[in-house]
Every structure is written in C-alpha cells, then in structure tokens.
Design a binder for this molecule. Structure first.
Ligand SMILES: [Zn+2]
Ligand SMILES: [Zn+2]
Length: 410
C-alpha cells in the first residue's frame, strides 16, 4: 500500500541558496521537507509516491510580499472569494506564499480588507498561502502618489493606526512616507511590534531618510517608483530616496520585475549598489495578473492592461507581456505579472543565474517578513512549499504545504 503522506521528487535539479544539485531528491512528509540532497545520499522511504521531475528545476516556492490582486480579484474586494482567486492565480505563477496588499482608499474600506485577511489567512486556500497583509497607504506624500488615489491620502494619526495594529495580527508590513507629519512615530511603533516598516510614495531627502532609519524603517518599497531623486535647492544638490537607498546598507529594497517598471540598466544599478542579498523581487500585481488585456480598476482609478511595445525602451519582446497603466498612460498602475514572469525577466533580461534570481524571489523576501525559519529554501524541516519549472521558467507544478495546488495542463 502506498503511503499517501510521503512524496518523493526524484531526478530534480534542486535549487539551494548556494548551489544547484543535479540529480537531486526531495522527500515530503506531513507537509514538510523531510529530506533533501543528491541521489545516493538520500534513503528513499518505502511505500512513498515517487514523482520523476525529469531533470527540471525544483525550487523553493516564490514568496510575493507585494501584490494587490490577480485572477480578476483585488485585495480591496474584501471577500474570501477574492482572496481565493488571487491565491489560485499566483500559485499558477509559482508563488506559494503571498502578502495581499491594500491601497489608498477610505479608511473603512482598508479596514474591511484587513479584517478579511485576518479571517482568510487561517483557512486552507486553494493556491498560495496568505502570510498576512501589507498595508500600502494612505499615509503617503501627494507629490509621489503614483497610482494611489490622491483623494484619500492623509497623515498618520496614532488614534487611527494604533487601533488597527492592536486589533489585527495579520498586519505584517506597512508602507508609508516617513517625512510627512507623524511618519517617524509610525515607524517607531512598527519597529516596536516587529512589523516591516517600509518607505514608500515619498518625497524624502537624505536627512529625512536618516531620521527614518533611526525611527525603525528598514525597507524601501518598489525601488524607483513613487520616490524622490536628487534635486537642486538653490545651488545645492540634495540626495533623494533613490540615492539614499542605493547608498545606505541599513536599507533593503524590492523591485517590480515585470519587465516594464524598470529597464535592465536600472535593475543592474540597484544590484550593483545593494548586492544580491538586499533586493527582493515583487509583482505589485493588480487584478489583471493571470488574465489578459482589458479595462480594470485599481483603488477606484481606471486602469488599462495592454500589450507593451518594444523599441527605445528596454522591454522584453514576448507574447503575453502585458503592462498595467492609468488610463492617461502616464503612470504604471501595478503590474499584470506573476512571479514566474519576474524571475524569468531577471534571468533573460538582466542576465542573472537562475539560482540568484530564485534567491531574490524566495529566501530574501522570507527574511524581510520573518518567516525564513519555515520558508524560503529547500532545507530539511521547512514547509514543503515547492515550485517545479523548466529551463525557461515555465511552471510545471506548484506544491504548498506538501499539497499539489497547480499542475500544468490540468
Ligand atoms: Zn505603490
Ligand atoms: Zn503596490
């Protein structure tokens, strides 16, 4: 009789943070990684279900710590059904863990979305796991709003956010502008509670960023989007958030690797300055992720998703390479990508090795939100969150907690 609780993946190219093990074997038992290594080193358990992965890559599942939606649904829909759709759409793209992200809106709407995550994250979802919620806005600088609705931007008031932080354990990340009134106090509160404090949609100067780091901010949201650069004040040059992030080792950052937000040259510059350990890949996906072109909404604003054109901009020339923009087409509005596309872009456009690109989609984000003891690498004892893909990073299978949630062609 087969023991259904034990699964063995054999003939795998196993991706670890430091090497690729050819002809590898990975044993899954009770939802955890029970053993991992080269064939010959691993004892095959008896009566296990054996899956021959035919030399494909077996990678830790992707962890997306910044996404608004997917599969036609948005975090702000605030329903269980919406989160299920997002969970399924992103599992298809290789994500095994996601952090659904709210957007600037009336505070009651944000609370409803957080409340929904608080309930849903304890349930078994049909695709990727929900680790918690990322609250992006409304505490932002109007000058750097991007696709955040300016009508609902405000300054952080303790009476408002303390209640939220007390009530909802699921808040694991907050993006805010540290230079606006109350921004530093918010950073201190987040640090005290072990919540990732992230600098975002901000017009800060270098001096503001130094104060932000002292207060407790450690991360910078979507590098190069919604942030100040060097400016001239009278005769003097002042560094903005861009230069501060590149310069200061205290800060980690993330890049939207959909192939549109950042050209390879800027991604290379970020990696040159920050190194491979301090940069994570995110999708910042909106509801169109996993679907096709069309008209969508994001935070009450009209969004168009369409094919992107190559040309003077360094964008990938590929089928299904959709871009999400505000209707005016003068700003991006999240992305239509899933993590597989982002990892592929890092390899094909930026020229990273698969191992390095995977690291930025797995162990790096796991560390940022403090789940690296359970997730982010193929190590004995960690959760069996696994993605199998081919040479071109086409997802073949996604496994969450030992359970197959997506299989190509099924
Ligand atoms: Zn944003
Ligand atoms: Zn976002």
């Amino acid at each position: 009789m087969q023991n259904k609780k034990i699964t063995v993946l054999k003939n795998a190219r196993l991706i670890t943070p430091v090497r690729i093990i050819k002809n590898g074997v990975l044993v899954i038992k009770d939802g955890k990684i029970a053993d991992v290594g080269a064939q010959g080193e691993i004892i095959f358990p008896r009566n296990a279900r054996v899956i021959d992965v035919e030399g494909r890559y077996v990678s830790p599942g992707f962890i997306d710590i910044h996404l608004h939606g997917g599969g036609g649904a948005d975090t702000m829909d605030a329903t269980e059904e919406a989160i299920e759709k997002i969970s399924v759409a992103h599992a298809k793209g290789g994500s095994t863990s996601i952090v659904p992200t709210t957007i600037t809106a009336p505070i009651e709407d944000i609370i409803r979305a957080i409340e929904n995550i608080e309930i849903v994250r304890k349930k078994n979802l049909p695709g990727a796991n929900v680790l918690g919620v990322h609250v992006e806005g409304p505490y932002f600088s109007p000058e750097q709003r991007g696709a955040q609705n300016p009508k609902f931007l405000k300054e952080p008031e303790p009476e408002e956010y303390l209640g939220l932080l007390d009530r909802y354990d699921c808040i694991i990340r907050v993006s805010a502008a540290p230079e606006i009134r109350g921004g530093l106090e918010l950073g201190q509160e987040l640090r005290k509670r072990g919540i990732l404090a992230s600098i975002a949609h901000t017009n800060a100067t270098y001096q503001d960023i130094l104060r932000a780091i002292e207060a407790g901010y450690t991360h910078v949201t979507h590098m190069y989007s919604g942030m100040s650069g060097m400016k001239r004040i009278n005769a003097y040059r002042v560094s903005g958030v861009i230069e501060s992030t590149l310069l200061l080792d205290e800060l980690t950052t993330e890049i939207i690797a959909d192939g549109h937000h950042l050209p390879p040259s800027l991604i290379k510059l970020i990696l040159k300055a920050k190194g491979l350990d301090k940069v994570s890949i995110i999708t910042d996906a909106m509801s169109a992720a996993g679907l096709g072109p069309g008209k969508y909404f994001l935070g009450g604003l009209d969004v168009v998703v369409e094919d992107d054109v190559a040309g003077e901009f360094e964008v990938p020339e590929e089928e299904g390479n959709y871009v999400a923009k505000l209707l005016t087409r003068d700003a991006f509005a999240g992305s239509a990508a899933t993590m597989d596309k982002c990892v592929k872009n890092m390899v094909k456009l930026v020229g990273l090795s698969i191992q390095d690109a995977v690291k930025m989609a797995t162990i790096n984000p796991a560390k940022l939100i403090g789940v690296e003891d359970k997730k982010g690498s193929l190590v004995k004892g960690k959760d069996a969150d696994i993605v199998i893909f081919d040479e071109n990073i086409n997802i073949i299978m996604t496994i969450v907690g030992g359970k197959i949630v997506y299989k190509k062609g099924k």
